[in-house]
Design a protein around this ligand. Structure first.
Ligand code: AN7
Length: 404
């Protein structure tokens, strides 16, 4: 595939593959897909390949034959009828990204990002992370035989994610600061050549993340949903979903755009504030705080892409409290048997809130993207569920404690 690396803000074409922002304006970079190169394709041409990221190889800017893959994507799209009726919408689908190889949506971007690193001949890759990016990068670096360095905000990464990064053999560095501080430092390490940066500021990452939107449309047999709701932290994913839909709309593969709807945690919601004021730019939140540590981010690097996605599709952004997040997480688990981590449940919490407020029409067909697996953050689950029951080793004692 032919493509150009372009500045999202000023349009400058960037040749140096190691830059992490626009040399003219400092803006965030994006890949310009050459849609002429895929214009003769039809959706059915892709259907002979298994559902997953690499079904969509003609839309990805790396050589498929040298892909570093753990068979990512191809995640379930659940038709959640009981939850739909509880939420009060016509139909509700949940895209369970926790079913990816390392348990989060990050694997879609990482297969493309690490393939790019190999293509460029890099020896060491790295990222800052609230947890999932580090877990994913560590696994793909292991698969590719690359060194891996991850910078994590000290004390604020869920146990499952920390365990994964350590397990796959990355050098795990905890930083005295939050995610935004860690990202600032890792960008310096990238500029001085210590590592190849694989945060979503690297435009190859969102290219892989586009495929979640392709899959949703594919799984719905090209019947476009009215709305796609997803949690927003650093805002890589929401911009990627938008880019995917624009590409297929441009090709005529879909005839309309779903309203893209972004949900942030109330303590880390700079983009929601900007959206409410109708601004193209946002003011960072200096002290982000939320139980959903995955999206505990105050200065989203791709924030401008997120705002564009919302405005272009007539979507909405809103924030949800920690309580709303935890209660939506339990509701999804106990109604549908789908276990997601707190940040992912923000999309469900946002749906419930926006239906109640009358912002989402009860006649809509909605897809919620749930980005990570419940096992990522067992401590939060255990803290927020009913306490364990203990019994003597007799049937009588068990009957008593379960109230039978
Ligand atoms: C479960 O791992 O930023 O808006 O460093 O782990 O694309 O940032 C994770 C983000 C949503 C937000 N849900 O996605 C990281 C990191 C889960 C996440 C998000 C994240 P973006």
């Amino acid at each position: 595939m032919n493509y150009k690396i372009r500045c999202f803000d000023c349009g400058t074409v960037v040749d140096d593959p190691f830059l992490d922002s626009c040399p003219s304006c400092g803006g965030v970079l994006t890949i310009e897909t050459d849609l002429d190169a895929v214009a003769s394709l039809r959706p059915r041409d892709l259907r002979s390949r298994p559902l997953g990221v690499w079904r969509y190889a003609p839309f990805l800017p790396v050589d498929e034959t040298r892909a570093v893959s753990l068979l990512e994507g191809g995640t379930p799209l659940y038709d959640c009828r009981d939850l739909a009726s509880k939420a009060g919408v016509r139909s509700l689908y949940v895209k369970h990204e926790g079913a990816n190889p390392t348990g989060s949506f990050k694997d879609r971007g990482m297969t493309v990002g690490v393939s790019r690193a190999v293509e460029l001949g890099c020896k060491t890759v790295g990222c800052a992370s609230t947890g999932n990016t580090s877990a994913s990068l560590a696994a793909y670096a292991a698969k590719a035989g690359l060194g891996c360095v991850v910078l994590l905000p000290s004390g604020k990464v869920a146990a499952g994610k920390l365990a994964q990064a350590m397990f796959y053999g990355a050098k795990v560095v905890t930083i005295d600061g939050n995610f935004d501080d860690a990202l600032r430092v890792v960008r310096q390490l990238s500029r001085d050549g210590t590592l190849y940066l694989l945060n979503s500021i690297n435009p190859f990452r969102p290219e892989g993340q586009k495929t979640v939107a392709f899959e949703i449309i594919d799984q719905l047999n090209f019947e476009v949903p009215d709305r796609i709701i997803l949690p927003v932290g650093n805002a890589g994913n929401i911009g990627a979903v938008h880019k995917a839909l624009v590409e297929w709309k441009t090709l005529g593969w879909i005839d309309r755009m779903p309203k893209i709807t972004g949900i942030q945690a109330a303590g880390a919601a700079p983009l929601v504030r900007a959206f409410r004021e109708g601004r193209e730019d946002f003011v960072p939140e200096p002290n982000p705080e939320t139980v959903a540590t995955a999206i505990r981010i105050g200065n989203p690097v791709s924030g401008r892409k997120a705002l564009r996605a919302l405005y272009d599709t007539g979507g909405i952004a809103t924030d949800v409290t920690d309580e709303e997040i935890l209660s939506a997480q339990r509701l999804l688990g106990r109604t549908e048997g789908v276990g997601v981590e707190p940040a992912s449940a923000a999309s469900i919490a946002g749906l419930l809130k926006l239906v109640n407020e009358g912002e989402i029409d009860r006649d809509e067909k909605v897809v919620c993207i749930c980005t990570g697996n419940v096992l990522k953050d067992p401590d939060t689950v255990i803290r927020n569920c009913e306490p364990l029951l203990n019994a003597e080793a007799t049937a009588e004692s068990v009957r008593k404690v379960i109230g039978a």
